[in-house]
Design a binder for this molecule. Structure first.
Ligand code: HXC
Length: 293
């Protein structure tokens, strides 16, 4: 769809770029000529992705960083700037989420998600934006949201609240920073199954039968190349007047049936939830064992 050299000269950081949607976008940006940085909490996962990208002829570097910690973000951004100059783009992709009845959440459970999505996305956008303003660089930010920002996310309330906040950050800063040439846009993907998300959103289910794909007007989940194309279009030069927008890419499921988990999860019993919680916790534990920060 795009010229192979479309993103040459761009330097883009993708948070959570070691796996899932972040890896897809980072790999695509590198394929189109960008120098890519990825960050996350699991250094070995990041290193594997960097190897895949560089083996394919791209340029990528990894930083272990927990975006919940603003000082760690500032150190990482300083290192990236010192490594080869300013970033030109940021993708707020890192997220945390798990399905749970809200009555069973603890404050710590709420914070585990909101500190990554709500606070972390702000910290890193602020860290890049303040440097861009100071250095007169027309940076571009893309945030990965969900369609729940429009109609709510029952059983994923901390994520829905946090992503709705990032949606408003996108609109607010598009206006406030437009005079500096800085653009902020967002993508609200529907069902693009990835291991990390589906272990926590549809544990024990095949992605093709998951709650989000059934009833989709297009009768299928999203294909990664479709998401990669949108993320490339928004990051590339040529649509500099496009800012403050959140674009859904979901086969129209949120228009047809809400696109959230209400119908499939509202009928579950407490016993069902006990089993789901156990499955999610074992995925969390397996990921945690690989964390380096
Ligand atoms: C209830 C749970 C729980 C569960 C964890 N907790 N899992 N509560 N039900 N299933 C609670 C814990 O009991 C604890 O509270 C608190 O959450 C923190 O747990 P930790 O494991 O210590 O947290 P932490 O190590 O910080 O891990 C963060 C995490 C984890 C969010 C819980 O899932 C994570 O790191 N995820 C990253 C990857 C990810 O989630 N990807 C999916 C993104 S999908 P107490 O009080 O008990 O100590 C997405 C939207 C997709 O964002 C949209 C698609 C349509």
């Amino acid at each position: 769809m795009f010229k192979d050299t479309l993103l040459e000269g761009k330097r883009i950081l993708v948070t959570g770029g070691g796996s899932g949607l972040g890896k897809e976008m980072a790999s695509e940006y590198a394929k189109l000529g960008a120098e890519v940085y990825i960050c996350g909490r699991r250094k070995s996962v990041l290193d594997d992705t960097v190897k895949e990208i560089t083996d394919a002829g791209g340029k990528a570097k990894a930083h272990a960083c927990d975006i919940r910690v603003s000082e760690a973000i500032n150190d990482m951004i300083d290192e990236i700037w010192a490594d080869g100059g300013a970033l030109t783009g940021l993708v707020n992709n890192a997220a945390g989420n798990f399905i749970s009845p809200t009555k069973d959440l603890t404050p710590k459970g709420f914070e585990a998600i909101s500190n990554i999505v709500f606070r972390g996305s702000f910290y890193i956008t602020h860290a890049c934006g303040t440097r861009w303003i100071k250095e007169d660089i027309k940076g571009s930010v893309i945030s990965i949201l969900t369609t729940w920002i429009w109609n709510g996310g029952p059983f994923t309330v901390p994520s829905a609240m946090s992503k709705a906040g990032v949606n408003i950050m996108t609109k607010s800063l598009a206006a406030e920073w437009g005079k500096y040439g800085i653009r902020l846009n967002a993508i609200a993907p529907g069902p693009f199954p990835t291991k990390g998300a589906w272990e926590r959103l549809s544990p024990g289910q095949d992605a093709d039968d998951s709650a989000t794909s059934s009833g989709n007007p297009m009768g299928r989940n999203g294909e990664m190349q479709e998401l990669r194309n949108l993320a490339t279009f928004l990051m590339a030069d040529g649509c500099d007047y496009l800012t403050g927008q959140t674009i859904a890419i979901d086969g129209a499921i949120h228009l047809a049936s809400g696109g959230n988990f209400y119908q499939s999860l509202d009928r579950l019993s407490d016993d069902d939830w006990d089993g789901i919680r156990d499955m999610i916790r074992s995925s969390n534990d397996a990921d945690k064992a690989k964390r380096s920060v």
